[in-house]
Write a protein that binds this ligand. Structure first.
Ligand SMILES: Nc1ncnc2c1ncn2[C@@H]1O[C@H](COP(=O)(O)OP(=O)(O)OP(=O)(O)O)[C@@H](O)[C@H]1O
Length: 220
């Protein structure tokens, strides 16, 4: 059994004009040591796959299972959600809190504790050692991206969903992020959306999605 299993999943967003079918029969499985990369043009359904894993959208048809459970299952949804580290494209940090306070708040909400020393070490590696006591609106786009990643990695997630983890980063910082993900790979299963060739290299499996349909699958 995979950590994540999609079987013929259709997802529709309701709109005033009748709705958008964002996923049209998507099937794939993520093994417990695997890194899966999802590629595809803007609006093709990549983020919707991540949202379906988190239970933020309901399949119209088909089944999604995460750690053997439907992410919308009332009794186990929260337990499953707490295992997942989700890096969004838009960021989720609270602007009134510092980066360190955000990481603490994020971990506490998930019933986890943080080891300050390892968080500081990871921050140094991500080249944001000096931003832990700053507020998110005091950071550059690239610093904020790495701070969000720091928060998501800090509380030892059991599954990582990373939406465009190297976008907004210069080559050197993108390289460091890929290096860190390479070290984590095999320990924490991950699903990454990106077009970054370095992340293609890192992944065990690549899916290409166009207009909500899987058009290509490659196992490396
Ligand atoms: N909340 C929503 N309501 C209505 N339509 C939506 C909603 N969210 C996404 N969509 C539509 O669903 C489709 C898939 O969107 P999705 O965000 O999954 O694409 P994506 O591949 O992640 O795009 P990008 O690379 O630009 O982030 C798009 O047509 C988008 O406009």
């Amino acid at each position: 059994m995979g950590v994540v299993e999609f079987e013929d999943v259709f997802v529709k967003y309701e709109t005033y004009t009748g709705g958008v079918l964002a996923l049209r029969g998507v099937t794939f499985s993520l093994g417990e040591k695997e890194a899966l990369l999802i590629m595809g043009p803007s609006g093709s359904g990549k983020t919707t796959i991540l949202k379906a894993i988190l239970g933020l959208v309901q399949p119209l048809h088909g089944s999604v299972r995460v750690f053997g459970t439907e992410p919308n299952d009332e009794k186990r949804a929260l337990e499953v959600r707490r295992k997942i580290g989700y890096l969004t494209q838009e960021g989720t940090m609270i602007k009134e809190l510092t980066v360190w306070e955000n990481a603490l708040f994020y971990a506490r909400g998930r019933r986890k504790s943080l080891d300050e020393e390892s968080v500081r070490k990871l921050a140094e590696r991500l080249n944001i050692g000096t931003v832990l006591d700053k507020h998110p609106n005091q950071l550059s786009g690239g610093e904020l991206k790495r701070a969000e990643l720091l928060m998501v990695l800090s509380d030892n997630p059991e599954l990582l969903l990373l939406d465009e983890p190297t976008s907004m980063l210069d080559a050197e910082n993108a390289e460091t992020v890929v290096e860190i993900l390479n070290e984590i790979k095999g320990r924490i299963p991950m699903i990454i959306t990106s077009h970054d060739p370095k992340l293609v290299e890192l992944s065990d499996q690549t899916l290409k999605i166009v207009g909500g349909n899987l058009v290509e699958e490659n196992g490396h």
